[in-house]
Design a protein around this ligand. Structure first.
Ligand code: ADP
Ligand code: MG
Length: 220
């Protein structure tokens, strides 16, 4: 469902162009989970941004669920991102002025994909029932990340992109949040691409790829 082919990405810096991605090839099947590892600064977040259509490749192609990203204009891209992509970040990125229940539904409503029964199931399985009227600042880190997972999955995206989603959590909370996420994905067709520094986290996913010197190498 995801096909990244020959992707190059440079950044312009004061010292001249910085070549971050130098021929990245990546294939992900429907429902598959992949851990993306690599040193800090190796370009993991850059690759995730490109796949989410938040930035553009210099060369190469990205195809998701039969759609070529470079063939879409900004409006199509924004609409496609809302419906087909779920994003989870290390910093949770919840909307501070919205209660938990409205954070959860926000993206699905925008996408016209709000399903009350799926929303109710997410709330139950993520253990959020008692937190619905709270604001993000009234939640622990683990609770905030559970809300972020629910928000990302509410529209039933084809692809979930997670950038070090457990990086700000202690080990026990990280394990718990990861297990909830994997349980939710187990019987779904959503594919998962997760950036992580943790071999323990990577081990729980089906495959691991290492980004090194701008290219990917399969680890397992
Ligand atoms: P990772 O997520 O693997 O730590 P990033 O993708 O964030 O790596 O960054 C890869 C490299 O590109 C780093 O050297 C970083 O400093 C640089 N970089 C990232 N974003 C920009 C930008 N917008 N402009 C210039 N350089 C950038
Ligand atoms: Mg990063």
């Amino acid at each position: 469902m995801l096909q990244v082919t020959g992707v190059f990405k440079n950044y312009a810096t004061a010292q001249g162009p910085l070549a971050v991605l130098r021929g990245v090839d990546l294939h992900l099947q429907q429902g598959e989970s992949l851990a993306l590892m690599g040193e800090s600064g190796s370009g993991k977040s850059t690759l995730l941004h490109l796949i989410a259509g938040l930035d553009q490749v210099d060369a190469g192609t990205i195809e998701i669920a039969g759609q070529r990203l470079e063939h879409m204009n900004e409006a199509q891209l924004a609409n496609w991102r809302r419906t087909e992509i779920g994003l989870i970040f290390q910093q949770f990125n919840l909307i501070g002025s919205l209660k938990v229940e409205d954070n959860l539904a926000f993206q699905a409503r925008l996408a016209g994909r709000y399903e009350p029964s799926w929303q109710a199931e997410l709330i139950k399985r993520l253990g959020l029932a008692d937190l619905l009227t709270r604001y993000p600042e009234q939640l622990s880190g683990g609770q905030q990340q559970r809300v972020a997972i629910g928000r990302a999955l509410a529209s039933r995206p084809a692809l979930l992109l997670a950038d070090e989603p457990t990086g700000n959590l202690d080990e026990a909370t990280s394990d718990e949040v990861l297990q909830l996420l994997l349980d939710l994905l187990a019987n779904s067709s959503t594919s998962l691409l997760m950036v992580t520094h943790s071999p323990r986290v990577a081990e729980r996913l089906q495959r691991t790829e290492l980004l090194h010197f701008g290219r990917l190498a399969t680890q397992s």
